[in-house]
Design a protein around this ligand. Structure first.
Ligand SMILES: NC(=O)c1ccc[n+]([C@@H]2O[C@H](COP(=O)([O-])OP(=O)(O)OC[C@H]3O[C@@H](n4cnc5c(N)ncnc54)[C@H](OP(=O)(O)O)[C@@H]3O)[C@@H](O)[C@H]2O)c1
Length: 168
């Protein structure tokens, strides 16, 4: 029986641990060629070894537009398109009000807002018609509205955070 993602090209940002790594492994098991990213080279190598021969690791910080350009340039050369994009890279630290620093705010917003937005926007030229774009989030899903749909085409499907959390 054909596997669900046979022949598909998937990109998973932050694919070196946690939800991203588990998803990348699943995608590869389902037959996809998977590109995974992360900022740490050693973790990237371990992840590629864990995912298997259908995985390619590309060191990229999602908060860096130059890194995203390098990522997609390589995907374009090696695969030519994207069928599934999982903008998963994110996370950060929590600090009590009174101790929050500018660096922490910049890091949090760069990873979880700017990084996610440009990960999707810069992928647009490579997304096939009908591609799946999946965003990792920490809040309840809200129905997509025209403003968000025009930012992310095709329209993203929100994954409820309990489902994301339970997959680790
Ligand atoms: N776990 C939860 O319960 C939960 C709940 C709600 C939402 N989420 C969201 O789900 C996503 C995954 O969570 P997780 O718990 O699996 O996290 P995790 O285990 O900490 O993994 C995060 C992954 O993202 C990468 N990463 C972080 N910042 C990055 C950046 N700027 N550019 C590229 N890669 C980056 C990390 O690798 P490097 O550090 O090497 O870059 C790592 O591969 C995150 O966006 C998180 O906010 C998680």
């Amino acid at each position: 029986m054909a596997r669900k993602l046979e022949g598909k090209i998937a990109v998973v940002t932050g694919g070196t641990s946690g939800i991203g790594l588990a998803t990348a492994r699943q995608f590869a098991e389902e037959g996809a060629q998977v590109f995974v990213t992360g900022r740490r080279e050693a973790e990237l190598s371990s992840a590629v070894a864990a995912i298997g021969p259908n995985a390619t690791g590309i060191r990229a910080d999602s908060a860096s537009l130059a890194d995203l350009d390098r990522l997609y340039a390589r995907v374009k050369v090696e695969a030519g398109r994207i069928d599934v994009l999982f903008a998963n890279a994110g996370g950060g630290s929590f600090m009590p009000l009174g101790s929050i620093t500018e660096e922490q705010v910049d890091d949090t917003f760069s990873r979880n807002v700017k990084g996610v937005l440009f990960t999707v926007q810069k992928a647009l030229p490579l997304l096939v018609d009908g591609a799946s774009v999946i965003l990792a989030g920490s809040t309840r899903p809200a129905p997509a509205r025209p403003a968000s749909a025009s930012m992310v085409r095709p329209r993203p499907r929100s994954v409820p955070s309990p489902a994301i959390g339970s997959s680790t």
